[in-house]
Design a protein around this ligand. Sequence first.
Ligand code: UT7
Length: 332
Amino acid sequence: MSKITAAITAVGGYVPDYVLSNQILETMVDTSDEWITARTGIKERRILKDKDKGTSYLAIQAAKNLLQKSNLDPKEIDLVIMSTATPDMPVAATGAYVATQIGADNAFSYDLMAACSSFLFGMSTAASYIETGKYKKVLLIGADKMSSIIDYKDRTTCIIFGDGAGAVLFEPNSEGLGFQDEILRTDGNGRESLKIDAGGSLLPASTETVANNQHTVFQDGKTVFKFAVTRMADVSEKILERNNLTGEDIQWLVPHQANNRIIDATSKRMNLPDEKVMKNIYKYGNTTSATLPLCLWDYEKKLKKGDKLVFAAFGGGFSWGAIYLTWAYNPK
Ligand code: UT7
């Protein structure tokens, strides 16, 4: 009996309308378009301005876009995995609300959190459910309203992050296409370098934590950069070796969009020319859990059946990894 593989069969995405450009940021903090462009590659990011809307809103729009594009009846979905670092609320799973709002009434749902690796790790989880034969339609959403946890007075973080959401559907494939291999890693020693201090069980919210500004993202950029640039490249190179592939065999690198320089270091190590690297960091910034599916959303029309893709990410935790997947359909 041939093994069931788990293929991506549909893609959706959503970014809010409001554009926060480098020029606007120049009026908010001591920075410049030149510095941000040279150090990160970011020109603008999208921000969800509505105060009464959370990450679920972004996720629902991305999921609805996927449903509409693929003509899928949401009642056929078995499971909704919601990858996010910014859930609507601390206890109730955001995915449960999203699944109900999109009409996935026969699905169960939960959130998966691994900072910027949330979607990558979610791909592994979603694919495993399909490979075991347990479920037939798994919707994986990556969504983050990063603007809800960013201090717009801190120039070291506010220039980087943006809001957005992307979604993919995993289904069984009988031709061996889809998920092929993964190398996933974490190192808990890294948690002090990229974190929000308060609001969790270690340091619950209090008037003091609010006064001390401990509810927004802190990043030791230099340290995170140093680890990201080597770890992401290491696993990407290793996954090629392990599958007897070289850069020439790969059609696309789908990298986490945290910094142009990290992406370039990874593609260089894989011997990939720029044309084979998905990049949209210049227009969305770092959308955390949404970077990988938003790349697929932007590049979907260029992807052909049988194309070999390597996904790679690095994030808080630390967490990182690479996934090798073959594409299962031609542009529709
Ligand atoms: O997605 C999750 C994983 N996250 C990442 O992968 C992010 C990894 N880190 C990075 O991408 C980079 O470290 C940053 C983009 C965050 C920063 O770039 P950098 O080249 O590492 O800059 P730096 O932190 O070493 O700062 C260089 C200088 C400093 O000034 P001094 O000390 O040399 O006088 C900073 O104060 O640039 C200054 N600086 C800024 N200047 C203008 C820091 N932020 C800014 C800014 N505008 N926004």
